[in-house]
Design a protein around this ligand. Structure first.
Ligand SMILES: Cc1cc2nc3c(=O)[nH]c(=O)nc-3n(C[C@H](O)[C@H](O)[C@H](O)COP(=O)(O)OP(=O)(O)OC[C@H]3O[C@@H](n4cnc5c(N)ncnc54)[C@H](O)[C@@H]3O)c2cc1C
Length: 389
């Protein structure tokens, strides 16, 4: 019997078109040649590899599924595959692209004025500018409707006061999409770096997503021009629409992390000898772990692919996206944990990738709506009832 190699057990490759395959292979090569050689040191030093931002722009990886204004205009499956290959490298680099594309460019594209689109989207797509998205506050994570940041209308524009917490790309950002309460509900605003009263502070001591920039943002009587309001935002539901876009990318991205862990564990298990002259991959309990890993990777790929095809036909629902985020992140994290165990003591060293992916996925299962919050969204979809608190 010939030995199966790789992670495409169901020949999902057949379901991709030539352009999708080409894009996936290009990103895979970029990650192998330019990212994997540096990620260990970046992770140790808690630094995002910012020098790769313009390269990602040039490759068309930023805001890839948006159309016009210098955006690549790819379909959603190609966009998903980009996320998968980036996260095969590290969740941090995929998070950069998710935030910039889904949480900054998407709201400008969807809710922005023509002037805002023209002035920001081309720069963000090329990587010339960086953006961040500020919804979460220290006391309002899963329940953003309670947020306290306020935007007061004055004769000179909008006066913003408040604090945002856990903001990806927050220190790097040239532009922040900030969600604040106004007299007419929650609206989105563009706040430019350098505006008096706007400061960013790095969040230190992360044991997860170390090679990603995370900040606290402070707004102290920060006056922004009137036309920095995203005019088409009408309430919190618009911020949640952005999160749904990001969750779609996450559902694809984590498959890449799971693939990297599975491949590392299989290779290790085939070479590590214990108890006899046979590799540990010949033991039943190790095989059980590897079978679980490949089964869940296969299911996750099929789920993400069908979701991408639905999204390309404008048929993907918020609940379907939640299901894919919930399922794929949960199993990617389990796969990373299994891989780390197969690697034994070596698995705790950063010479290997699995523990880095495992630590990262602890963030991914928490952000953009925790696993439990996705459960509540789905529970409501199935039963019609808000869960009883
Ligand atoms: C590295 C990192 C990057 C991030 N990047 C961004 C960003 O760029 N922009 C941004 O706005 N935010 C960002 N976040 C914030 C993230 O979205 C929030 O952390 C997340 O929404 C959870 O909020 P919380 O941490 O306050 O947890 P909490 O809301 O306090 O939840 C704690 C626990 O309680 C559970 N829980 C809460 N409510 C319920 C309920 N009703 N029923 C059952 N269980 C419940 C949760 O599932 C969770 O397990 C980031 C977070 C991290 C860690």
């Amino acid at each position: 019997m010939s030995k199966f190699k790789g992670t495409d057990f169901y020949q999902i490759e057949m379901l991709l078109n030539d352009e999708e395959r080409l894009i996936r292979n290009t990103v895979r090569e970029f990650i192998e040649n330019e990212f994997l050689p540096v990620i260990r040191d970046n992770y140790r030093n808690a630094e995002f590899p910012s020098d790769l931002i313009p390269k990602m722009g040039k490759l068309g990886l930023i805001g890839a599924n948006l159309h016009g204004y210098g955006c690549p205009g790819l379909n959603n499956v190609a966009y998903g595959l980009i996320n998968q290959e980036l996260e095969r490298g590290d969740s941090g680099i995929r998070s950069f692209v998710s935030v910039q594309g889904s949480l900054v460019m998407y709201p400008i594209h969807t809710f922005g004025s023509e002037e805002q689109k023209q002035s920001w989207l081309p720069k963000l797509a090329s990587g010339e500018a960086v953006g961040c998205f500020g919804l979460t506050e220290a006391d309002f994570g899963s329940n953003p409707s309670g947020l306290r940041t306020r935007a007061e209308k004055t004769n000179d524009g909008w006066l913003i006061n408040g604090e945002k917490m856990w903001i990806t790309n927050g220190n790097l950002a040239d532009i922040a999409v900030i969600w604040a309460k106004t007299d007419n509900g929650i609206r989105g605003f563009l706040v430019e770096k350098g505006t008096p009263g706007y400061t960013d502070k790095p969040i230190r001591g992360k044991l997860s997503l170390r090679a990603s920039d995370t900040a606290e943002l402070l707004f102290d009587n920060c006056l922004i021009p009137e036309n920095n309001l995203l005019p088409e935002t009408v309430g919190l539901r618009d911020a949640l629409k952005c999160l749904s876009q990001a969750r779609f990318g996450i559902a694809w991205g984590v498959i890449g992390a799971a693939m990297a862990c599975y491949e590392e564990a299989l290779n290790y298990a085939n070479n590590r000898i214990q108890f006899s002259d046979k590799p540990i991959s010949s033991h039943q309990l190790v095989q059980e772990k590897l079978v679980y890993m490949l089964t869940e990777i296969t299911k996750a790929q099929l789920l993400a692919l069908q979701l991408g095809r639905l999204k390309d036909n404008n048929k993907a629902t918020t609940a379907q996206i939640s299901l894919a985020k919930r399922n794929n992140v949960y199993h990617a994290l389990e796969i990373a944990r299994h891989a780390r165990q197969i690697l034994g003591a070596n698995g705790i060293l950063d010479d290997y990738q699995s523990m880095r992916h495992m630590c990262n996925l602890e963030t991914v299962i928490t952000y953009e709506g925790t696993h439990d919050i996705q459960t509540l969204i789905l529970g409501k979809q199935i039963t019609g009832h808000n869960a009883v608190f």
